[in-house]
Design a protein around this ligand. Sequence first.
Ligand code: PLP
Length: 429
Amino acid sequence: MQYYSLNRNAPNVAFSEAVVKGLAPDRGLYFPETITPLPASFFEDIESMDNIDIAYHAIQQFVGDELPEEVVRDILKDVLSFDFPVVDIEDGIGTLELFHGPTMAFKDVGARFMARCLEYFNRDNDNHITVLVATSGDTGGAVANGFLGVKGVDVVILFPSGKVSDIQKKQLTTLGNNITALEVDGVFDDCQEMVKTAFLDTDITAIRQLTSANSINIARWLPQLFYFIFAYKQVKSKGKDVVFSVPSGNFGNICAGIVARKLGLPVKHFIASTNINDTVVTYLKTSEYVPKPSKATISNAMDVGNPSNFIRIQQLFENNFEALKQDFSAYSFDDNQTREAMKTIYTNTKYIADPHGAVGYLGLQERGISDTEYGIFLETAHPVKFLDVVESTLDTTVAIPPQIKKVLNKEEVSIKIKSYEELKQFLLP
Ligand SMILES: *Cc1c(COP(=O)(O)O)cnc(C)c1O
C-alpha cells in the first residue's frame, strides 16, 4: 500500500515511511491510495471472530507486506488487550465504552499501535526517533504510556503548566525512562506552536529524526476503525440500522469510522458531535470552511478550531459536498447543554457519562433515532478523567479505578521551560 500527500506535492511513500515521517514534506496529511472493501462474508460472520482476527483483516491492506502477519498479530494482541463494550443506555441507544485502556481515554489504542510499529521499523537502526508532542491533556498520557520502554524511541511531551487536570499531570510526569515531560509556561497553543517550529528547524532535524504522535499520523489514526467494527459485532443481532455519534475534536476518530464503512461495515449514518468549537457544523450549513481560534469548554479534548482530519473526511467523500451531507451530520452543543445531558443520563439510568460522551449523546437526541435504528454514542474517556466537572454536575463521587490509583502516589518529574529556545537547547546534544 502506498500513501499520498493530500497536498499532492510530495512523493508517494510506503506505510513505514508515512509512520516515521508523520506529515509529508509538503506539509500534507498522508492518505491511502486505495481502500478495498472486505468480502461481505467478513461482516456476515463477524460474530464468530475474535477481536484480534477482526482487527488483523481490517488493518492488513493498510500495513501491506511491510509487517509480516505474525508481527501484526503480536502487535494487535498487545494493543487490544482490554474490552470495548457497548452498554445499553435506553431504548434504541447504547454507548461504546472506549476507556478501558491504561490511560482510560480512547487514544490508548492508536498510541500503542503507533509505538509498536515504530519499534518494529527501527529495530535494526541505532538512530533514535524522537516523538515530539504537544498535549492539552489526554493525548500526552496515552502517548507516554504507549511508548514507555519502547526501544529506539524517545518521547518529549509539552504540556501547559496549570492547564491539565491533576490526574492527567500524573499520567504525563511519573513514567520516566524514555519519556520526558516539559512543563511550558503558557497555554496549549504555545506548546503546539513550539512543536511546529521545532519540526521546521533544520538545526534540530539535521541531527534528530522527529515525528508526531497525534492523529495526523496514520498509525495513530487508522487503528481507530476497529472500534466501529467491534461495536457492530455486538449489536448486529438487534437487526437494526446502526447510527454512530462521535464526540469530535480533530475528527480523527470519526474519520476512521468512515474508513470502516468504506471497508463494507454497514453503518447508516455518522454524527459528528462537537462543543461550541463548531467549524465543521458551520461548514455543513454554509459550505464554507472557516477555521476559528479554539474556545475553552468542559469537554476540553475537543477544543479544536481547525480540525486537522476533516480534509481526510472530504477526501473519503471525493470532495462531494452533497454526498457528504447525506451520510454525515454535525451538531454543536454548549457547556450548559452538556451538563444537562449528563444529569439526564444519570437521573434516568444511573449511568455516569463524561462531558465528551454526553456531547455524543446529545448528537443522537438532536438527529433522532427511529424504531428501525440503533444509535451508539462513543464514550471517549472515563468520567474519572474529568472528575471536577463530573462530581460537581452530578453531585456524586466517582470511584478511582486501579489504572489511575497506580499513578497517584508516584513522584512527578518535569522540566520547566518558558521559550522555544529552551526547547531547542533540550533537543540539541
Ligand atoms: C481526543 C479526544 C476526543 C476527540 O477525538 P478526535 O479524534 O480528535 O475527534 C474526544 N474525546 C476525548 C476524551 C478525547 O481525548
